[in-house]
Structure formats: structure tokens, C-alpha cells
Design a protein. Structure first.
Length: 54
């Protein structure tokens, strides 16, 4: 799935919401591995746990 082609850019949470919907997972079941502050903002906006990586 290439959600970036179907949603507004980060940090808008709709990209993450689409990914969750495609897998049938609820936000509290998801984890986003992030490498940017935009990813972290997106996760926080959609109430998904976030793990920062560098």
C-alpha cells in the first residue's frame, strides 16, 4: 500500500488512518516506527503509539 499517493502529506493523520483501516487494526493496536518529527506528530494525532528511530 502506498498511502502517500492517497492522502494529504504528513503530519496529517489520514495516511496512518488508511493504513490501519487496510489492515483492520484499531489505533490502539498500531505502532508507528518513526524517523522524523512529522511521523511523530502524525502518530500522536491518530492516537497511535510511536517509536522514534534514528
Amino acid at each position: 500500500m502506498k498511502a502517500a499517493d492517497m492522502a494529504p502529506p504528513k503530519p496529517h493523520p489520514s495516511m496512518l488512518a488508511r493504513a490501519l483501516a487496510a489492515t483492520g487494526a484499531a489505533a490502539d493496536q498500531g505502532v508507528l516506527i518513526s524517523d522524523t518529527s512529522f511521523d511523530m506528530q502524525m502518530a500522536n494525532a491518530d492516537y497511535v503509539r510511536d517509536i522514534g528511530a534514528t
